[in-house]
Design a protein around this ligand. Sequence first.
Ligand code: DGY
Length: 330
Amino acid sequence: MSGSRPRVWLPRPLFGDISGRLDEYFDVVRTSPAGDEYSSAEVADHLRGADGALVTLVERIGANEIANAPNLRAVANVAVGYDNLDIRALGERGIVATNTPDVLTETTADLGFALLMAAARRITEAERWLRAGQWTKWSFDTLLGCDLHGSTLGILGMGRIGQGIARRAAGFGMRTLYHNRNRLPETVEAEAKARYVGFDDLLARADHLVLVLPYSPQTHHVIDAAALAKMKPTATLVNIARGGLVDEPALADALAGGRLAAAGLDVYEGEPAVRPELLALRNVVLTPHIGSASLATRRAMVALAVDNLIAALGFGPDAGRPPNAITTQR
Ligand code: DGY
């Protein structure tokens, strides 16, 4: 049978006990990048003979990468965000793209909340200070932070993860305002205990602002110098979505100049590179894109992506109907 089966590219090892399920249906070509990431030419090369691919957010696939991949029919992304895929280019070729929503919602909302608490209450700054041996006497005004309880949380992007953060905020006694491309149905707003406001209103009223919206050319640098200037100088900004949403030099300026109290960042525009001006600041908590990084959730993401790929290539119980298709087959 081997040889007549579809060929699938797996560009990096992903929980072999789960991704191994692909072997039941496909000839799986397993590779690892020579450096940290594949070049565009390497991606193109691996896609050339492939019918499908199971990729992570660091494999970028667009018109150039699929130009010489005539058999390619499906790309399963192991992430909910899919700005690494050129959906239009894939759609024009009738290539199905899928993502992994839902399974990572609560884990990512947890991380968003953890960053919010760490930034507002200066947790990592306090730990660095203590470890540096600077705690020589207790004093009343050491490392004063900002409260979460009783404060107003702003959420920009009110999809599943945004709603997960709103649910957590209700438990902390926060008021939640949100802004989204589309206002949510009243029932969903009631469940999330969140009120819709305009973008500028959100910026002006939030004591803490969390970014959970998808990155696209339309949302590029949605938080720029002008947006930051509309926020309270006592506010905290948290970004768990994509780095390109924030103009990082403008953010670093605002944090350094006291025009914003603190930030918690899990994502960066040029990641894994982090700007030196951010690294130099005491009032920013930095984590290395670990929003969905619990063992259980990462395993669930791979399992879902495997289901998606099997279905998109016409096998398994959902043959032809991948649960999380982003584009539709021609
Ligand atoms: C996602 O799923 O988009 C996350 O950023 C990856 O963990």
